[in-house]
Unconditional design. Structure first.
Length: 248
């Protein structure tokens, strides 16, 4: 009887130790995103991508409008949707762009759908880890008419990484890095009548870096600063590929 009670005590001790290990592994790591408590608001960045996928059953819709009155009334509307796949770790997204452009000496007033992007984001580490890391890959489909300035004319792909690191209860930082490759982008020149004619097909490359900081001054008041650095390339009139740096 005494031997039986000893065996029972050992079994209970092993079960208790396993349960404690399981509980400890589920706790947020020191310095992690939720270690300092859950913020009242998330997805607050304008220029940067935060390393936060949508939770199960929650989809995000984003619309942007651009109206260039100074240049004569060009209009652009973009719509994107983030779709979680069964949970927060996997997420699909797509983006649609619609252009309305003014008439030029070589082109009539026109409008139409731009290039479509289809993407996938994987949450490599989440809110209970030291930093949140979400890499992603995006395919760019040349659905827009490049001759009318509504697309780039070539198939492309983009690789990106978003990192979010929380410094304290009030400070959260974000970091972005990305690289884009476009195969056989269209380049146009003008014929004798001024109409655009396809003259070149060149590979183009883009890269981007970004950093931002959010300060939670109060529960519902957030101040933030962001910086983005974009290295873009385009096809010049002589067929060469030029490179430009844009900061925002």
């Amino acid at each position: 009887m005494i031997r039986g009670m000893g065996l029972l005590a050992v079994l209970m001790s092993g079960s208790l130790a396993y349960g404690q290990t399981e509980v400890l592994s589920s706790l947020p790591k020191k310095g992690s995103y939720v270690y300092y408590g859950q913020p009242a608001f998330e997805d607050n960045s304008f220029l940067l991508e935060e390393a936060i996928n949508q939770e199960k059953g929650i989809e995000q819709y984003v619309s942007n409008f651009y109206f260039d009155k100074v240049q004569g009334g060009d209009f652009l509307f973009s719509f994107s949707q983030d779709i979680p796949l069964g949970g927060q770790r996997h997420q699909l997204n797509y983006a649609l762009v619609y252009h309305v452009q003014k008439a030029t000496p070589s082109l009539d007033h026109n409008s139409g759908l731009g290039d479509v992007t289809l993407g996938y984001h994987f949450m490599l580490s989440g809110k209970k880890d030291w930093a949140m890391v979400v890499p992603g890959i995006t395919v760019i489909l040349p659905t827009g008419k490049s001759i009318q300035g509504q697309g780039i004319g070539g198939l492309g792909a983009q690789f990106s990484v978003a990192i979010t690191k929380r410094i304290s209860r009030r400070l959260i930082t974000h970091y972005n890095i990305g690289y884009t490759f476009i195969s056989d982008a269209d380049g146009y020149s003008s014929n004798n009548t001024g109409a655009p004619v396809l003259a070149y097909e060149k590979d183009l490359q883009y890269s981007n870096l970004g950093v931002g900081i959010n300060w939670y001054a109060a529960r519902k008041i957030i101040l933030f600063a962001e910086y983005g650095s974009n290295f873009i390339s385009d096809i010049k009139d002589d067929g060469s590929v030029g490179h430009t740096h844009l900061a925002s």
